[in-house]
Write a protein that binds this ligand. Structure first.
Ligand code: F6R
Length: 241
């Protein structure tokens, strides 16, 4: 793993954006694996700026998102579909038809999960997967457990994840209790992974993920088995390493 710790947000953001932009410059039809959440927002904003300046084009890129809440409509203000449009897709020249987010409103979620994996298999592998990390070590919404799933699946979010995500909703009660997520098998198939973490609240998870034992109780620790992971941290997230 290549671990970089940045003193300034500007360096964190620009490095993340440069890594993604240089892949797309060298492979215009790259397949990106995208995350939502606060960690990648600055990087997405910077990519949009680079796109506007003509430094990088996403016109041939396809994108697969990690996850989506179950139980809210896709045009809900906090759906991950809305998040991606507001924070990236509406501001770059990507063809929306080439963007993919699990459809949590599908009639049969099991069929939807299988279809998502099939699409990833046919159009993948993902060239570059962006990941955040939960303070409990989750990646995507693969929560700590005594077993994990390889493929895309529906799961119950843990209390700590509901609490962490309550900041985006009016109350804890409104946070969806379930999500669809790509499984760890799907994530690990990416050619390259960039793991992002900022803030003291992530320091323990980052230490467990990068230096602890490989265990399903810290799903991000599985990344130690991946041959091509870049970790971008701010000083607080990296403070226990
Ligand atoms: C989001 C996702 C989650 C987040 C994680 C960190 O698509 O899959 O794993 O990356 O919960 O969230 P933030 O970045 O908001 O701290």
């Amino acid at each position: 793993m290549n671990i970089f710790t940045f003193k300034t947000e500007e360096d964190f953001v620009q490095t993340g954006a440069n890594l993604i932009a240089s892949l797309v410059q060298s492979k215009p039809n790259a397949v990106l694996g995208l995350a939502t959440g606060s960690s990648p927002i600055g990087i997405y904003t910077r990519l949009a700026e680079m796109n506007k300046k003509g430094l990088v084009s996403f016109s041939q890129v396809s994108a697969y998102n990690l996850d989506e809440y179950v139980g809210i409509s896709e045009d809900h203000s906090q759906s991950y579909k809305t998040f991606m449009k507001e924070n990236l897709f509406n501001h770059i020249d990507i063809n929306l038809q080439n963007t993919h987010i699990p459809n949590a409103n599908a009639e049969d979620l099991e069929v939807e999960c299988k279809a998502y994996d099939l699409a990833l298999e046919q159009n993948g592998p993902v060239d570059l997967q962006i990941l955040g990390i939960g303070s409990n070590g989750h990646i995507g919404f693969n929560e700590p457990d005594d077993h994990l799933y390889g493929g895309t699946h529906v799961l119950d979010l843990l209390e700590e994840t509901l609490e962490a995500n309550a900041r985006f909703f009016d109350s804890l009660d409104e946070v969806p209790k379930q999500a669809i997520t790509m499984g760890v098998g799907g994530i690990m198939k990416a050619r390259q992974i960039i793991l992002l973490a900022r803030g003291a609240g992530k320091a323990e998870a980052v230490k467990a993920a990068l230096q602890g034992p490989i265990t399903t109780q810290c799903p991000a620790s599985l990344l130690q088995c991946h041959p091509n992971v870049i970790v971008l941290l701010d000083e607080k997230a990296g403070s226990l390493l």
